[in-house]
Design a protein around this ligand. Structure first.
Ligand code: NAD
Length: 338
């Protein structure tokens, strides 16, 4: 018997969800959107046997799905996810978990009280390169990590909800990079000093650029610089990364295979170096949204808890919140252990 779901939010990102839902033979009972024409258009485009709906609570009572896929804008995640959890449905939601820590805590409470899973789709965790970086670092060739840098610079003219957000870069994009930092290194943030700003010439209302200095759980520093209104010489969407440890450095940029150098013994002003042994790339696993969907289906079939279950993912969102708080207060902010 195939699993049944209701999809909420029929905007741009739903185009990345309907193909894997079909591939996994998940039955989409209904597509809910405040704009009925958007739900109808996606149902027609993907030839779904699904009902277009606007009222989520009534739709869940009508179809009793196994899980809900929340693809709404960040400001709607709390309402949509809490409604679904309280109706007895598991939820896989698009990042970010919520648009604030209080909203996130309410959603986590709703998950605990209902006994239903809330997992976040941090699509980049299921990218094979990121698994390769993680496995390479976990092998320990660099020794203890001391310094990590990530740069993200793109000129993106979206239109839509991001143009009006207070912190579009940090809340809607940097959440990916902060979560990747945790995924690739296994380290958590303990404090941050950050400045958000809106650079001259920006077409966004809010602060679309930031410089952040995080202190990590092992004493290492993580420097994050980013901007979504930077024309020319773009980095990768995944950011361009440098990991330096006691014995060497690993680079991962422009989505290319990671590469690096470690000391090979000997003397000299610059010590002799050898190439880092990079872990083999594991291909064939579902990536992106399909990776998140696979973990939800695996949970439904076996009870195995997905890596982005809300309690863990809160640690990535806390990094976002603390950057915003530090930027507003001008102070170094302690990141709660969650
Ligand atoms: N993982 C990624 O790489 C990635 C990429 C893009 C977007 N996203 C995330 O996906 C989410 C949606 O982004 P998008 O670009 O599709 O936005 P969008 O504006 O194109 O679509 C959002 C849709 O949700 C609907 N909606 C809003 N509030 C609703 C509510 N309360 N009930 C029902 N429908 C509601 C809107 O009418 C709209 O059709 C965001 O959280 C965004 O951060 C993730």
């Amino acid at each position: 018997m195939s699993e049944r779901c209701v999809v909420v939010g029929a905007g741009g990102i739903s185009n990345a969800w309907f193909p894997p839902l079909r591939q996994e033979q998940v039955e989409v009972c209904a597509v809910v959107d405040l704009r009925p024409e958007a739900a109808a258009a996606q149902i027609a485009k993907y030839q779904l046997q699904a009902a277009p709906r606007t009222d989520l609570a009534a739709t869940l009572a009508e179809f009793c799905p196994d899980f809900v896929v929340d693809l709404t804008v960040p400001a709607a995640h709390r309402e949509v996810t809490c409604t679904a959890l309280r109706a007895g449905c598991h939820v896989v939601g698009e990042k970010p978990l919520a648009d604030s820590l209080p909203a996130a805590r309410e959603m986590i409470r709703a998950s605990e009280e209902s006994g239903k899973l809330y997992m976040v789709s941090q699509s980049r965790r299921w990218n094979e390169r990121h698994q390769q970086v993680r496995e390479t670092l976990a092998g320990g060739p660099l020794g203890e990590l001391t310094t990590i840098c990530c740069d993200f610079y793109m000129g993106c003219h979206f239109g839509g909800f991001r143009d009006g957000m207070d912190s579009p870069l940090i809340l809607d994009m940097a959440i990916h990079h902060f979560d990747l930092l945790r995924f690739m290194t296994g380290l958590d943030a303990v404090a941050v000093y950050a400045r958000e700003y809106n650079p001259r010439g920006s077409w966004y209302r809010g602060d679309v650029a930031a410089m952040c200095l995080f202190e990590l759980s092992n004493g290492a520093f993580f420097s994050y610089r980013g901007c979504w209104a930077a024309e020319g010489c773009h980095t990768s969407w995944n950011g361009d990364w440098r990991f330096t440890g006691e014995h060497g450095t690993l680079l991962y940029d422009h989505d290319q295979e990671p590469h690096g150098e470690v000391v090979a013994g000997g003397e000299g002003f610059n010590r002799p170096l050898a190439a880092v042994e990079v872990a083999p790339s594991v291909t064939g696993r579902p990536g992106g949204m399909h990776g998140a969907l696979s973990e939800m289906l695996h949970f439904l079939r076996t009870g195995a808890v997905p890596q982005t279950e809300c309690h863990d993912n809160l640690k990535s969102l806390a990094m976002v919140e603390c950057v915003i708080e530090s930027s507003r207060s001008g102070a170094r902010v302690l990141v709660p252990s969650c």
